[in-house]
Design a protein around this ligand. Structure first.
Ligand code: SAM
Length: 173
């Protein structure tokens, strides 16, 4: 997938920040240039940010711990760690989804937004491997997380794209 260095923080991510436990640890998966990690750190969260190319994220602020890891070839870089929220945008590696769910603390939330089938009409990504099938994010969390909100839509801003978006919470034990 191409990187989107110039994008502002996602409106979907911003919408659900109020649900994250104040001061909690937040994980930004495939963080790229760190648009969400920076925002979350500014809001007082302790942020773990991971990407295979950490050079994309220049000058991470003090509240961000940036880790270089290949999430598709290497071991999970946060074994045993639990997060108050996990944010994933514009990235999809299906086998990682159960690991992300396991890494949520009770009450923790998963905020996910990425491209869906139909996006090929607008440009990249157009490879079905990187595009969610209808309902796929819902299926991925079924029985594990309680869905707060889900959308499957075409947006015009910040650029035309077919997206799925999910916010889901891990129930307290
Ligand atoms: C389209 S960018 C999205 C970046 C960021 N999440 C955002 O929305 O601004 C996709 C990111 O996934 C990262 N990535 C791709 N494959 C990866 C892998 N196997 N392990 C870790 N990061 C990966 C890329 O380096 C890139 O930063």
């Amino acid at each position: 997938m191409e990187a989107h260095f110039e994008l502002p923080p996602s409106a979907w991510v911003q919408r659900w920040i109020g649900l994250i436990r104040p001061g909690g640890a937040v994980l930004d998966v495939a963080c790229g240039s760190g648009r969400h990690a920076r925002l979350l750190a500014r809001l007082g969260f302790e942020v773990a940010a991971v990407d295979r190319d950490i050079n994309l994220f220049s000058d991470p602020p003090p509240r961000v711990v940036l880790t270089s890891a290949d999430l598709e070839q290497g071991p999970w870089p946060y074994p045993g760690e639990k997060f108050a929220a996990i944010v994933v945008t514009n990235y999809l590696h299906r086998p990682l989804l159960p690991t992300l769910i396991d890494a949520l603390e009770p009450g923790g939330i998963l905020v996910y937004e990425t491209f869906a089938l139909g996006n090929e009409r607008f440009g990249k990504p157009s490879n079905p491997a990187f595009l969610l099938a209808p309902g796929e994010l819902l299926e991925a969390v079924r029985g594990r997380l309680r869905v707060v909100a889900y959308e499957d839509l075409v947006v015009e801003e910040p650029k035309p794209a077919a997206l799925q978006r999910l916010c889901a919470r891990r129930e307290r034990d």
